[in-house]
Write a new protein. Structure first.
Length: 250
């Protein structure tokens, strides 16, 4: 750890699929112990941006710095050992394995011994009691909300310093979305920094410290999340009438 500056800094990032530029000139920062969110419409390049930050896609231009060091050419496993964890939109669980076995696999980057794995499991079960109740159940039999909890819990087993979350509310009932975002806010209180990509702009801006609007692969607006939530353009495009009411209510 450097102990100074942003934990994550993205500078002028460009990502291409063949001749198509999906992300162009994107810049953002995630400070230690804070939540930054990227909102925007479908097809804006949000997931592509997150995949490049995770090191899963090569950058055609710009750079991604973790603790001031470029991730270019660094194996994904090494970035995981440095504290970078991704929870993808697809969750990518091992459906034929139990909840507990999925969680234990999450501790692999730490090369944790049995005692440390047990302590990590206890921490995750304290955050997600429902997973404890279903620890012996196959992951493929869980509900959508439980699967998202398991994906989050598995990432937490590696004690991440920076958690990358891709659309954690996707396909979930409103009551489950509220629970997931409550957990996300609690992770910040535990000192975990988070880069949250989310189409549910209202929920994302409520939980985040900083926000970035990605449109057509470019960051078109950025600033404190509370200010973005009151920006007329964000209200009109992403929050609707309910957002306008909230933004004007003392």
């Amino acid at each position: 750890m450097t102990g100074a500056g942003p934990l994550l800094e993205v500078r002028g990032l460009e990502v291409r699929y063949g001749k198509v530029t999906a992300v162009r000139g994107a810049s953002l920062r995630v400070e230690p112990g804070r939540i930054a969110t990227v909102i925007g419409p479908n097809g804006a390049g949000k997931t592509t941006l997150l995949a490049a930050v995770a090191g899963l896609l090569p950058a055609a231009g710009g750079e991604v710095l973790l603790d001031g060091r470029s991730i270019a050419g660094v194996p994904v496993e090494e970035n995981a050992a440095r504290g970078l964890a991704l929870v993808p939109e697809t969750r990518e669980l091992f459906t034929g394995m139990t909840v507990e076995d999925n969680l234990v696999l999450g501790a692999f980057p730490l090369r944790a011994g049995r005692g440390e794995r047990r302590a990590l499991l206890d921490e995750v079960f304290a955050i997600f009691p429902r997973l404890c109740d279903r620890r012996g159940q196959l992951a493929g039999t869980l509900s959508g909300g439980e699967r998202q909890m398991l994906a989050l819990g598995r990432a937490l087993m590696a004690r991440p310093r920076l958690l990358l979350l891709d659309e954690p509310s996707l396909g979930l009932a409103p009551i489950v979305v509220r629970e997931i975002f409550r957990v996300i806010a609690g992770l910040r209180a535990r000192g975990v920094s988070i880069l949250l990509v989310e189409q549910n702009a209202r929920a994302a801006l409520q939980v985040a410290d900083e926000g970035f609007v990605l449109e057509g692969g470019e960051v078109t607006l950025s600033g404190p999340a509370a200010e973005l939530a009151g920006d007329p353009r964000v209200v009109e495009t992403y929050l609707g009438l309910a957002g306008a009411t909230a933004a004007t209510t003392p």
